[in-house]
Design a protein around this ligand. Sequence first.
Ligand code: HEC
Ligand code: HEC
Length: 358
Amino acid sequence: MKAETDKQEQLKAFSLLGKYLAWTALILVGVMFSLVLAISGFHLPRPPCADKPNPSTSGNQLKPVADHIPQPEYWTAPDTTQLQRKADADLIRYGRNLIVSTASYLGPKGTVGKLANGMNCQNCHLDAGTRPFANNFSVFYSGFPKMTARSGRKEEAFERIDECFERSMNGKAPERNSREMQAMLSYLKWIGEKPVDAHPLADNSVKKIPYLSVPADPLKGKMVYASRCSSCHGEAGKGLASIDGKGYIYPPLWGGDSYNDGAGMFRLGNFAGFVKENMPYGTSYKDPVLSDEEAWNVAAYVNSQPRPHLGQKNDYPELSRKPIDYPFGPYADSFTERQHKYGPFIEIEKQHLTKTKK
Ligand code: HEC
Ligand code: HEC
């Protein structure tokens, strides 16, 4: 009987020891695993916005999840104080000046040439093309040369600059080998040389805002314009000229001195996205002033006013690659030019999606 209990005691002790050893081994493996992870710099994915309250949702628990915008660290351009170290610092600085004060150099009264309307590149590429969701140049230089849908062929970086001169600036670009073109390219190279795939927000020229279920309405947009825009851009959309008469304090939004109808801003989605995140001037994408509806409607109002015309029959030679808000036919679908201009875009997009899935 005694031997029996001894054996039982021994067995108990063994199984306890076994359990103890198993746990120790498990813990050891765990510790080693986390050490390896820590050394290799691995981070477990964190839920978006875990640490940053979102201004548009904090204090309002009822907003839908879609409004909860993740805000990973944003691409930042190199600081201009770092320029001293570069051999071509002067050229880069000149390029930056050309983008910030284009009109002074190349506008109708430009000191270097009279090539463009009185606008500055910076009017649309805010903060010299470094601001999030304001047509920044984060992914420009590293992405060229590339095939562009609008031209239907492989383009060099300077040709993309030409396009903004011919469309947004309704003029003509400086020669490829001119000091001006080389300076702008040097600046764009300096701020955007490295591919920035690591930053999900960097690739967005402007934020694509959700489509409306109805066409954008120029008449409703006129009211938005009167209350939110005309104080700076003027009732007649002409902007406010600078005192030296070379350019503008507030750039024009329509009329003979504005961008022409071949420009990126003439597409409603680009305009609405830019304005929602950046206008009235001083607005940040983190705290927009206009609702989506107001942004679409004011875009419809401004882009239904008169402006210079560019023959764009050669744009998007491959019709299926034409953006759905490109307001000039022919199209690969049967929707009208009017619907391609003002929407509703949801139906067009749905048809395009089912087509590409086939
Ligand atoms: C009226 C507004 C406007 C002005 C002024 C303007 N641009 Fe643009 N630019 C745009 C828009 C909008 C896009 C994006 C177009 C698109 O996605 O269809 C763009 C695109 C570009 C791109 C391509 C960016 C990329 O990542 O692919 C470059 C480069 C560029 N612009 C340079 C310039 C330069 C240089 C000037 C001045 C000479 C200028 N732009 C003036 C609106 C403007
Ligand atoms: C407080 C003055 C102010 C108000 C109000 C304002 N803007 Fe602007 N807007 C500016 C300035 C300044 C720029 C040029 C920014 C730069 O060069 O850095 C600009 C640029 C623009 C541009 C790009 C350049 C161009 O001329 O096409 C558009 C488009 C635009 N604004 C639309 C609007 C719309 C639409 C509203 C109303 C919802 C609005 N803005 C309200 C000051 C203002």
